[in-house]
Ligand binder design. Sequence first.
Ligand code: HEM
Length: 442
Amino acid sequence: MAPGCLPLLGHLLPLIRDPLAFLSSLPGHGDLVEVRVGPTRAVVVCDPELNHRLLMEDRTFDKGGLFIEKAREFVGNSLGTCPHSLHRRQRRLAQPAFHQARMPGYAGIMVEHITAATGLWRPGRVLDVYAEMMGITVKVLLATMFSSSLPAQAGHHRLHEDIVTIFDSLYRRTLTPRSLNRLPTRGNLRYRQAIARVHRAIHAVLADRRVDGTDHGDLLSALLAARDDGSDTAGRGLSDTEITDNTMMFILAGTETTASALAWALHLVAGHPAVERSLHGEVDAVLAGRPATHTDLPHLKLTGRIVTETLRLYPPGWIFTRVTTADTLLGGHRIPQNTTVIYSPYLLHRRADLFDAPDRFDPDRVQPGRHSLVPFGAGSRKCIGDTFAVTEATLALATIASRWTLRHVAGPPVTPARSAALYPRNLRMRAEARTESTKAGT
Ligand code: HEM
């Protein structure tokens, strides 16, 4: 059992006040450590091999627990939240939407939005970097999901704001009891209205698409075209509810995560001048001032390593839960049925015995042992959008670095926010244009 357990509250206070420090302290107490969240008992996995088993044995360690229950409030039983029994079919039907062959098309949309957003920057302007990155990833996700089928600009803007509202409430709602979340407070009402509006917008597009029937080359078309090949369900596709829930799931899983990674990458690069110089050298050689495209990806090697190292230091998905469906053994410990098991990429990525000087940002570090680096999870529930996310982050980082240098401005310290994703709070940076003369100096 982790130290500091209080009657009634358990470890709720450290989990709310400084969850990252709390999680990082746990490996000192064993490979599996018990914690309490109020009356709920949970086990945290601190060892990479046990973590791998947890992720591989998805029938015994099924999706469930606090986060999943709260997420089901608005994504239903979608890909990321459904139990094992419903997962295989949905995953098979959704997989073609993320097929390699579709990536160049998505990358084109990504570049368009990255270029448009950064094209509005002006030299000397101070940017709220996370909000800027969230602006890019939300637009990219909506455009790759729905191509041009979204309502006019005003509706688009509303949808964007609603998504941000949902994210703002998510982590807090996970830790507060259901009764408090139901109270008609301003925050709860705003949250519920935002969810209802996003649902309505998705329903409207879906209804149009069912009538129209053509392939728009976007994620929604891929979901609509998917057909089951199982013997008793052959030819059946995803229902409207399944498509709506999965669309919400992609919005939930695919915007804040990538935006956080990008914002941290910009923060880390600015704080490491030698890395910044090498990054500028790479993008100047590969891009020569133009935006990055899908065909540049194999040549943007350092940019890719910066993305990987950022995902190690600040994995946007930092805590996940499973629930045991039967009594089982993990690492020789007996775990009864219905136990919540927690895994945390952050905890593993910061273990000093797995990563040399784990708090240091070093894109050239030697790759760790198997199963230690898990920003996208593993096994059958591994992130379906991993290539999508790395593609977007690499294209955005390279395109930004080819034209801009971002500099920190004085202000409150940059700290990881306790949100659904681990984004940098207070990250304000000044955009400086990279001119031919500054480029020559790199
Ligand atoms: C840097 C960005 C991202 C990170 C770090 C990330 C991380 C993760 C992780 C760790 C999981 C596994 C969760 C678990 O084990 O319980 C996951 C699942 C998932 N992610 Fe991502 N993700 C990212 C971007 C995306 C994007 C762009 C999309 C979609 C457009 C996406 C869609 C999903 C879905 C649908 C699942 C559930 C998969 C399943 O259970 O079959 N993610 N993600």
